[in-house]
Design a protein around this ligand. Structure first.
Ligand code: CAA
Length: 283
C-alpha cells in the first residue's frame, strides 16, 4: 500500500501535530477543518514548532520550507478525493465522528485507509458506518504529537492485517514506535492514565491534599514529567471527562466513575490550559 497523500481532518492541537509529523515524513498533507480560522491557527502552530527546530539546529530553513510546502489547508472536504488515507482528529464526540466517517467513505477513493485518532471511542463502530470496515483503524497519537514517541494502533473487529501493517509502517516513518491494541474502551493508554488522573482529582475533592501537592507527589515521587492535575489541564478537562464516561459506560464498573469535581469544573467551563483555567490558572 503506497501512502503519499494524507488528509488530516481537524486542525486542533492533535490534528496540527499529526499534519506536522506527516509532512516531516515526506507525505503530502491536506489539513482540513470547518473554518479557515482553525486551519490557519493549526498552521501557525506548525510554523512555530518548525521554527524552534530550525533555531535548535535540528532542521535547516530550506527543510522547514519544504515541510511547509507539503501542507495544504482547506475547509472543503471534497478536496480529499485524491487522498490515499485520512487521519481523523476532530472533537471527541461520537456523532461528529460518525458523520465524518460517512462523508470520508463517500469522498475518498476505494483504496484509501480511514484512521481515527480517537482517544477512546470504538473503532468498530466508526468502521460500521462505512462501506470499507476492513480499511478502518485507530491511530492514536499522544500530545504533544511532535514530541511523544508512541502511537497506539487499534484494530477494529474487521480491520485487515494488510491495513494494520500499512499503518504501523506509516507511523514508523513518522518516527513513532507503535503498539498493537484491541478495540476496547480507552485502549491501553487511557485505561491506565485516566483512572490515575481521576484518583488525583478525588484526592483534591476529598481534601486529602492540595492540587500542587498531589502533583508534587507524582512528579518527585514517581518521576512523572508532569503531575496528573497539570497533565489533566494540558489534555483538557472536557476530554478527560469524556474518556472517563466512555470507560464507565463501556465496562459498567464503578471504579471508572468520574469525580464530581471534574464534572463541576467542566460545567463551569474550566477546561484547563485551553480556556485559561482548570486546576491551575493560566494568564
Ligand atoms: N509541541 C511541540 N513541541 C513541544 C511542545 C508542543 N506542544 N511542548 C513542548 N515541546 C518540546 C519543547 O520544544 C522542547 O523541545 P527542545 O528540548 O527541543 O526545546 C521539549 O518538548 C521539552 O519541552 P520543555 O523543556 O518546554 O518542557 P518539558 O521538559 O516539561 O517537556 C513535555 C514538555 C514533553 C510536554 C513533558 O512535560 C511531558 O512529557 N509531559 C507529559 C506529556 C504526556 O503525558 N502526554 C500524553 C498525554 S495523554 C494523551 O495524549 C492521550 C490521550 O488520549 C489523552
Amino acid at each position: 500500500m503506497d501512502i503519499r497523500n494524507v488528509l488530516v481532518a481537524g486542525a486542533g492541537q492533535m490534528g496540527s501535530g499529526i499534519a506536522q509529523v506527516a509532512a516531516q515524513a515526506g507525505l503530502e498533507v491536506l489539513l482540513y477543518d470547518i473554518a479557515e480560522e482553525f486551519t490557519q491557527r493549526g498552521l501557525s502552530g506548525i510554523r512555530k514548532n518548525l521554527a524552534r527546530s530550525v533555531e535548535k539546529g535540528r532542521l535547516t530553513q530550506a527543510e522547514m520550507d519544504e515541510v511547509l510546502g507539503r501542507i495544504r489547508t482547506s475547509t472543503d472536504l471534497d478536496q480529499a478525493a485524491a487522498c490515499d488515507m485520512a487521519i481523523e482528529a476532530v472533537t471527541e464526540n461520537l456523532q461528529v465522528k460518525l458523520d465524518l466517517f460517512r462523508r470520508l467513505d463517500e469522498i475518498l477513493p476505494a483504496h484509501a485507509i480511514l484512521a481515527s485518532n480517537t482517544s477512546s471511542l470504538p473503532i468498530t463502530q466508526l468502521a460500521a458506518v462505512t462501506g470499507r470496515p476492513e480499511q478502518v483503524i485507530g491511530m492514536h497519537f499522544m500530545n504533544p504529537v511532535p514530541v511523544m514517541k508512541l502511537v497506539e494502533v487499534i484494530r477494529g473487529l474487521a480491520t485487515a492485517d494488510a491495513v494494520y501493517e500499512a499503518v504501523k509502517t506509516l507511523a514508523e516513518r513518522m518516527g513513532k514506535t507503535t503498539v498493537e491494541v484491541r478495540d476496547f474502551p480507552g485502549f491501553v493508554s487511557n485505561r491506565v492514565l485516566m483512572p490515575m488522573i481521576n484518583e488525583a482529582i478525588y484526592c483534591v475533592y476529598e481534601g486529602v491534599a492540595s492540587v500542587e501537592d498531589v502533583d508534587q507527589v507524582m512528579k518527585l515521587g514517581m518521576n512523572h514529567p508532569m503531575g496528573p492535575l497539570t497533565l489533566a489541564d494540558f489534555i483538557g478537562l472536557d476530554t478527560c471527562l469524556a474518556i472517563l464516561e466512555v470507560l464507565y459506560e463501556g465496562f459498567g464498573d464503578p471504579k471508572y466513575r468520574p469525580c464530581p469535581l471534574l464534572r463541576q469544573y467542566v460545567q463551569a467551563g474550566w477546561l484547563g490550559k485551553k480556556t485559561g483555567r482548570g486546576f491551575y490558572q493560566y494568564t
